[in-house]
Design a protein around this ligand. Structure first.
Ligand SMILES: Cc1ncc(COP(=O)(O)O)c(C=O)c1O
Length: 459
């Protein structure tokens, strides 16, 4: 077969297949469907977070072990969702289970520091090459702290971010996360679009967006708003547009622009931290920002966030001139889990497993090409994605070329064949773990091959 030729995807056929796959999923989910009705009586949408519900219905999980999860109907899946990229150590890792069990019997909360916080901070300092750390409970808190610290440090209010990145659900950054083509304005002057109702206009007006991987655009924004930005915050590799890696020179260039302007340079490593490499994006791309935001994989499944920074950027917190606070910060249980996770599980040696898995997962490209399905595959560390597009996604606006129905069908297809990927897979990258087997990765590729063959065949 001519691998250069790509077929025109027949969207009516995609819709027909989606109908069949949805019906097949419903048949597997009798208990889940009735449970959703029960749950909706007291939980809006039957879920605890709006993004836990994705059409056709939420996937109610009972348990996880290693690289696999089981839903409440008893169906088993290879987990490539991994709790939005949290479980890179695998579910119920024995070392984490042991540490948490030991700690839980000694008391779980004092709102006072416990001794485990220090080795965790020390380990983070080594990984991210930044000396000072504070803890929180989520990625949202980490990026909120970053904005607060940057605003206090500079005495400025505006924030420069990348169009199409999510940094959590607080008011300062819930802007231009997934703007539509109709809302987003021109590429050289993107409109700041509120991502949610209930966001005061004053917050939206404080945000300026630029496209990822475009140094000239960032330079233009700094020129137009000279001396106004408290910080520029970036996900050093975008993980909400599939996986978009930074062009060579892009991150160092942004750091220089920030330096020249006096703004702080912030990495949101909530997703890239502990996944792209042992030292996250800092290690993977060799650039050290002023502040790093962490969460997700840090706590091995317990709710833990962290903000780290240079002595200078964290100076006001160090000197007590700025409070960084929270009742559950440095909670004993999360610190015990994080300590076991960082010191005993996600060691530098553990990271080699991701390359082995990636050698299998990149076969996704051939699986699509063989049937003429437009596709690109990107992998780095535990992260990767297949994009149903001829050219690789390089910035958020490229996503608009992909019809939502195709990745939605691909997601359903995998789900019905024992692979659980994050929903909204047009945006979400997958996450592997150090305990995924070769057969787990191969299951994804085999499913994709069958998907490509079926979609390309047409109605
Ligand atoms: C890059 C990034 N930053 C921040 C957050 C917010 O993290 P949390 O959901 O823990 O508040 C997310 C969540 O998906 C994220 O992807």
């Amino acid at each position: 077969m001519d691998t250069a030729r790509t077929v025109e995807i027949d969207l009516e056929w995609v819709e027909e297949l989606t109908k069949r796959e949805t019906e097949a999923l419903d048949r597997k989910h009798a208990r889940s469907l009735s449970y959703r009705e029960e749950a909706e009586r007291f939980l809006p949408g039957g879920v605890s977070s709006s993004w836990q519900s994705w059409p056709p219905h939420p996937i109610y999980v009972r348990r996880g072990e290693g690289a696999h999860v089981w839903d409440i109907d008893g169906n088993e899946y290879v987990d490539l969702h991994n709790g939005y990229g949290v479980m890179v150590m695998g579910h119920a890792h024995p070392k984490v289970v042991e540490a948490v069990q030991r700690r839980v019997a000694e008391g779980t909360h004092f709102a006072q520091p416990t001794e485990d916080a220090l080795p965790v901070a020390e380990n983070l300092a080594e990984r991210y090459r930044l000396p000072q750390w504070r803890f929180g409970n989520s990625g949202t808190e980490a990026t909120l702290d970053a904005c607060r610290i940057a605003r206090a440090f500079t005495g400025r209010s505006k924030i420069l971010k990348i169009e199409g990145t999510y940094h959590g659900h607080h008011d300062s950054l819930m802007v231009s996360v997934f703007p539509s083509e109709e809302q987003a304005g021109t590429r050289d002057r993107p409109v700041a679009v509120p991502q949610t109702k209930g966001l005061p206009k004053e917050f939206v007006d404080l945000v300026v967006n630029v496209p990822f991987n475009d140094l000239v655009a960032a330079k233009g924004a700094f020129a137009r708003h000279a001396g106004e930005f408290a910080c520029m915050i970036v996900e050093p590799a975008m993980t909400n547009c599939g996986l978009v890696l930074p062009d060579p020179g892009y991150l160092p260039g942004l750091k220089e622009l920030c330096r020249a302007d006096g703004a702080l340079f912030v990495f949101d490593e909530v997703k890239t931290g502990f996944t792209l490499a042992w030292g996250g994006a800092v290690e993977a791309f060799g650039v050290v920002p002023d502040l790093v935001c962490l969460a997700k994989a840090l706590g091995a499944g317990l709710p833990c966030g962290a903000i780290g920074g240079t002595d200078e950027a964290m100076g006001m917190v160090i000197r007590g001139e700025l409070d960084q606070q929270g009742t559950f910060n440095g909670n004993p249980l999360t610190m015990a889990a994080a300590k076991a996770n960082l010191l005993e599980v996600m060691t530098p040696e553990a990271y080699g497993r991701f390359d082995e898995l990636n050698a299998i997962l990149v076969r996704s490209l051939e699986a699509c090409q063989e049937h003429g399905l437009p596709a690109n595959v990107k992998v780095l560390g535990a992260k990767g994605s297949v994009e149903f597009r001829d050219q690789p996604i390089h910035e958020y606006r490229d996503l608009w070329d992909i019809d939502d129905r195709v990745p939605q069908l691909a997601w359903l297809w995998q789900l019905n064949r024992g692979v659980f990927k994050s929903p909204g897979s047009k945006w979400e990258s997958w996450t592997t773990s150090i305990v995924h087997s070769d057969a787990d990765a191969q299951r994804y590729v085999d499913n994709l091959e069958e998907f490509a063959a079926t979609v390309a065949r047409g109605a």
